[in-house]
Design a protein around this ligand. Structure first.
Ligand code: SF4
Length: 348
């Protein structure tokens, strides 16, 4: 049983992060934010996959102003990601962003941060202090180990925001190196009451990135640390959301969507289980029902697992036995397995 660290709940749009709220799955768009139509389309797709909070890169005035039109076409809260130029944060706030992400390493000037904080406070918009190991501020002692420098950089900003009577704060401390990231989060978790956004930065392509992200995020979640997660991948952002939910489901922290059980296949299988499981997985990815679906390769170990699931198939030569809630309901030809399985999902 995981006992979550008690964090201060922070509202962002109509979402609460922290406290005893479910751990939020978020992602970031990969479109040019100035392209309102593409960005809106991508956010809508992310929402279909269960993304609850989205971040967009704001690299210039046009991108900041585009937030207004994007917000009108989406239903989940939007965070503006700001680097270097505090004026873009002010414009993003005016355009109606629900949250800001600032990197203390490259905004720098406390006066400018204070201007952002005052404008965010007026609108009750939270700020994520997003520390990145690759861009730490010069004010932090370079002799310290990286994890400690990350924590020091975050604490410096937390104190600055608190001194301005601002407490709508979230914090992230991302590095590519998993032990460094874990150590940084563990240390800051004991120091501040604010919600923590977990992630491993520049984690890579799906094959390696999901593993690297899971290694870091799951260690922390299992220790009760973390209120929202983003799995950063060099891939379409929906893959980040799918991976995020899989991590949470694996730890029994969220129940969204189906759990797919599939056998690894072996010499006993007489259908292409790899293609079949992938096709079923693709169809299930958009479905929100918390059900268990099994795709098994043969009559040796297949029926047991298929019966244990809400829906399951145990394949044979050219066909499969379909089980629903432990009962055999049909024998279906191989070419119809995916269609028949997904049709039955609707009846559960
Ligand atoms: Fe092999 Fe059958 Fe087990 Fe799949 S269920 S791995 S095909 S024995």
């Amino acid at each position: 049983m995981i006992s979550r660290r008690a964090s201060k709940p922070v509202r962002i749009g109509d979402l609460t992060i922290g406290g005893d709220s479910p751990i939020v799955v978020q992602s970031m768009t990969k479109t040019d934010t100035r392209d309102v139509m593409s960005t809106t389309r991508q956010i809508r797709e992310l929402a279909e996959y269960g993304c609850e909070l989205v971040r967009v890169a704001v690299r210039d005035k046009e991108a900041a102003e585009a937030i207004n039109a994007i917000k009108r076409g989406i239903s989940i809260p939007l965070v503006a990601d700001i680097h270097f130029d505090y004026r873009l944060a002010l414009l993003a706030l005016e355009a109606g962003c629900d949250g800001l992400r600032l990197n203390p390493g490259n905004i720098g000037n406390p006066e400018q941060v204070a201007k952002i904080v005052r404008a965010a406070k007026e609108r009750a918009v939270p700020i994520r202090i997003g520390v990145n190991a690759g861009s730490l501020p010069e004010s932090v002692d370079t002799q310290m180990p990286v994890a400690r420098r990350m924590v020091a950089a975050a604490l410096e900003q937390v104190k600055l925001l608190e001194s301005l009577d601002f407490d709508l704060i979230k914090v992230s401390l991302k590095a590519f190196d998993v032990p460094t990231t874990v150590e940084a989060y563990q240390n800051i978790a004991a120091e501040i009451p604010y919600p923590l956004h977990l992630g491993i930065t520049e984690a890579g392509t799906p094959r390696t990135g999901v593993i690297r992200s899971t290694a870091g995020i799951a260690i922390l979640l299992y220790q009760g640390i973390g209120d929202t997660i983003r799995v950063s991948l060099t891939a379409p952002p929906r893959e980040e959301v799918i991976a995020g939910y899989e991590i949470l489901k694996s730890l029994n922290l969220r129940q969204r969507g189906p759990i797919l059980v599939s056998c690894p296949t072996c010499g006993r299988a007489e259908v292409d289980i790899v293609s079949l499981a992938e096709a079923v997985g693709r169809e299930l990815a958009r479905i929100d029902k918390p059900i268990r679906v099994a795709v098994m390769g043969c009559a040796v170990n297949g029926p047991g697992e298929a019966k244990d699931a809400d829906l399951g198939v145990a394949c044979g030569k050219g066909n499969a036995v379909l089980f629903k809630k432990g009962k055999k309901i049909a024998t279906i030809p191989e070419k119809d397995i995916v269609r028949a399985l997904i049709a039955e999902v609707a009846s559960l």
